[in-house]
Each structure stands twice: as C-alpha cells, then as structure tokens.
Design a protein around this ligand. Structure first.
Ligand SMILES: Nc1ncnc2c1ncn2[C@@H]1O[C@H](COP(=O)(O)OP(=O)(O)OP(=O)(O)O)[C@@H](O)[C@H]1O
Ligand SMILES: [Mg+2]
Length: 465
C-alpha cells in the first residue's frame, strides 16, 4: 500500500485531502509545516508527498527541493491556489511531478495521485529490472584448474550464499577484487548493489565521510546531506579493499557498524539501520599486525569469520598457459589482430618468471606483447624486457647456437616490430626491396601467399593505455 504525506498549514485543507486519500485506500500521514514534514521523511519512507506551496517558514517550493535531495525516490505533488499557476510551474521545475489546485476536485485528486504513484512504481520496477539483468549477465571469469585455486573456488561457492563477512587474503594481483564480485554475484544479494572502496587510498576523515555520509554543515564544504557508501550498499555488498591500511580508530568505528548494523552520518544524531554484507580484502599479514598492535584484535576476529586465501601465481603455474591465452585472446580482439598463441620460447620465458605482481602482471605482460606482435604468435621478442632477459640468462631458451637463417629471421622480425608492422618502412630500413621482404615474411609464416601484400601497412598502432 502506498504511503502518502500531506503537508499543509491549514488544518481543514490538510485533513480534507487526507480523508479523500485514505478513502482511496492509501496510508496517509499529515504534517503542519515543512520542517515537520522533512523530519518525518528522514525517518520513514514515503512514496508521495502532497504539499501546499504557501506556508510559513519553509514554503512548498523549498520543501520540494529538500525532499528531492533527501529522498530522491519520493514523488511530489504541490497544492496551489487557483490563482497561482506560476508557483505550480516553479514546483515542477524543481522536481514536483504534478500539481493539484484548490479547491479540490475529487476526481482530479484521485487521478493525479494515482498517476504519480503509477509512475513511481514503474520507475521502481525498472530499477529492479535493470539490476536483475545486470545480475543475469555472465559474471567475471575466474580461470584456473590448479588444485590450490580450485580449493579457493570451492570455498567461495560455499561462503557466497551466506550472510557472513568474508576476508580475502592474497598478494597483489591475485584476483581479490574479482573474487569479491563473484561472492556477491553468487549471493542472494546479487540484484542489489556491489560497492567497492579502496580503504588504503583515503585519509581517515575522507574515508569516514565516504563510508558513513554526512549532514549538511558537518564540516566545511558539506553543502548538502549526503549518504555514505554503507547506505548506498544497503541490502547489497560493500567491498572494503586494502582493509589492512586503515587506522585503529577507523577500525573501531567500522566494528561498531558491523556489530550493530547501525550508523550515524557525520554531524547527525539520527541512527540509521543498514543491512550490508561486508567482504574485505588485504595483502597484509593481519595476524602479524594484530601482534604488533597495528590492527585491533576484535576487528580482526570479526572480519575473518570466513577467510579465503588466493594462491600467488607462482604456486599455480599449471594455470599460466590458460590465463595467458585467455588474456591474449582478449587483446587480439581488442586490437583487431590475429594472434594464435605463444611461441615455445615465449611460453618458456613466461614460465621461467616469478610473477611478483601475479595475474595482473601477467595480464599486462600479455598486453604489451600483443601490441608489439607482428607474427602469427607471440615471440620472445614481443615480451617485456625483464622477461626476455631472464629467459636469455637462464639459458633455456636461446642457448642453442643460431644459424644464419635464424639470425636473419630474428633481425627482419625485429625491424618489422620496431616499425609497428609497417612493411614499406621495414624494407627501407633493412635495405631490401619490398617484394623481397614480402617473400621472406611468407617464408616465416608472417604473411600469406596472396591478397595480403599490403596488410599491416599504415595500420594504426593500438594504444598502450
Ligand atoms: N582467476 C582469474 N582468472 C582470470 N582473470 C583473473 C583471475 N584472477 C585475477 N584476474 C585478473 O587479474 C587482474 C587483477 O585482479 P584483481 O584486481 O582482482 O586483483 P587484486 O588481488 O584485487 O589486486 P590488488 O591487491 O593489487 O588490488 C584483474 O584484471 C582480474 O580480472
Ligand atoms: Mg584489488
């Protein structure tokens, strides 16, 4: 049943309208002035506010504006005297849906209110639908078949549907955020918001207002009432990334919210209830931090009700070819290049690396290679410097003595790469003619027999960003 708040300083008009609406089956409340109305709106959810325009202290136009700020989902209808059509126009400009003129015409009241509420319910429905669709779209692809990663995935599937706080542990780039999103997607909250915040990036005061919101005037620059991310994530999931970096006092404040499910906006005394599931992540050793007194023990225990550890890439090297090819196909599609895979030496170089930046580092290395690549598969030379060097010094890849032909091939491809795949320019730099270069490229499997002669010439280089 729709809830309506009727605001008018004239008792008779107010209760008259309230009566009509109650008879229509709505749940109706009354307020005698704008201040009282605002106070009620802060405490409860109304679908519609019908307000008089001319009232002492706060007039209807200001109320319209304030309600739009504080409760954007609430519909508004203004009540105007017959003579003041202009104020109705002003009110609509400020966000009111419609107006009613006094004295009331019963049918007009019924129809106008019904229309406004229908419009609102349509909008609500659309919002829900959009979220549902987002939920149905395929989630992140968490690739990996290695036993250690599979164990993490199994745990993920078990914890996701619960309401429990989850702490995700893992080195940088191991997929903590991706896992947090997957937990949300597999939870009953999937149709509600998932909101990530990087706690490590913000100083205390900013983090506080970001998370809890603030009242107008709570600090310089707080020019309107603003809800924080806790309220934005209501019924959904809040992802507190880099939780290991927050101060002890912030930990205490967060703990209170987690325990009570209630919060205060900065500069406000009204307690607000929130229903938020917390997923947190860190690459720090929180247990050690607890021992050192850098992290509150009670908060630590509250967070790690369930913890999920993601293995570093070097401990799941079985997954490297799978991941590298996955990223490569993504890049190839983005850059409109046809790249089939990795040459043996290139793959060996990937496998010889320790990957301190884990999957993110791999993703970046593959992108780097895909941009430089001028051959049907990624060559050792396409990889970032440190990977190439390691491959050479570790002796595995390029240890065999080179034949003259192999050396020529290497040189020609290097020049081609440096010229961004431009054959004309490469030929010029190599001091050979274009047809000779073209013949060589066919020999190397880089160009095809026919119809390919100009391919790659002047083709735009994909940007690295
Ligand atoms: N299992 C996986 N399968 C496919 N892609 C993955 C996987 N794990 C991580 N990635 C990708 O690797 C990149 C890094 O992942 P993510 O941002 O989740 O890491 P993180 O642990 O949050 O890193 P940081 O600690 O630096 O914030 C992302 O682009 C993500 O899509
Ligand atoms: Mg992250």
């Amino acid at each position: 049943m729709a809830r309506i708040l009727v605001v008018d300083d004239e008792e008779a008009i107010r209760s008259g309208l309230a009566e009509i609406l109650t008879e229509e089956g709505y749940e109706v409340e009354q307020a005698g002035d704008g201040q009282t109305a605002l106070a009620r709106i802060r405490e409860e959810v109304f679908d519609l506010v019908c307000t008089d325009v001319r009232m002492p202290r706060m007039d209807g136009l200001e109320l319209v504006e304030r309600v739009k700020q504080e409760s954007p989902e609430t519909e508004l209808i203004v009540i105007t005297g017959f003579a003041s059509l202009q104020s109705a126009v002003d009110a609509v400009k400020r966000g009111a849906e419609d107006y009613l003129s006094k004295p009331f015409d019963l049918d007009e009241v019924r129809l106008t209110v019904k229309r406004a509420l229908e419009k609102k319910s349509l909008r609500d429905k659309q919002g829900r639908l959009e979220r549902r669709v987002a939920h149905l779209s395929p989630g992140p692809t968490l690739l990996g078949k290695s036993p250690s990663f599979q164990r993490s995935l199994q745990l993920l599937e078990r914890v996701a549907p619960t309401q429990s706080t989850v702490l995700i542990l893992g080195e940088t780039g191991t997929g903590k955020e991706l896992v947090a999103r997957e937990i949300h997607r597999l939870s009953p909250r999937a149709a509600e918001p998932f909101i990530p915040i990087n706690c490590g990036a913000l100083p205390d005061t900013l983090l506080e207002s970001e998370l809890f919101g603030y009242a107008k005037g709570a600090f310089t620059g707080a020019d309107k009432n603003t809800h924080g991310l806790f309220e934005a994530a209501d019924r959904g999931t809040l992802f507190l990334d880099e939780i290991g970096n927050i101060s002890l006092s912030m930990q205490q404040r967060l703990l209170r919210v987690l325990e009570a499910g209630e919060l205060l906006r900065l500069g406000e005394r009204k307690v607000r209830k929130v229903d938020v599931r917390i997923v947190a992540a860190t690459n720090a050793d929180l247990k050690k931090d607890v021992e050192k007194g850098l992290f509150r023990q009670d908060f630590y225990y509250r967070l790690r009700v369930l913890s999920l550890e993601l293995p570093p890439l070097r401990d799941r090297m079985d997954d490297l070819p799978l991941l590298a090819n996955h990223f490569l196909q993504g890049c190839a599609a983005r850059f409109h290049k046809k790249i089939e895979g990795f040459s043996k030496p290139a793959l060996a170089a990937l496998e010889a690396h320790r990957w301190p930046g884990n999957i993110r580092e791999l993703e970046n290395a593959v992108e780097h290679a895909a941009i430089l690549c001028v051959t049907p598969s990624i060559e050792l030379e396409d990889l970032p410097g440190e990977l190439r060097e390691k491959a050479v010094t570790s002796g595995g890849v390029e240890a065999a003595p080179l034949t003259l032909d192999a050396l020529e091939r290497q040189h020609i491809l290097r020049v081609l790469r440096e010229c961004g795949g431009h054959r004309g320019r490469s030929a010029e730099q190599l001091g050979i003619n274009r047809r000779t270069l073209y013949r060589k490229l066919i020999e190397y499997g880089v160009a095809r027999e026919e119809g390919d002669e100009d391919e790659g010439d002047d083709s735009p280089q994909p940007s690295t960003s």
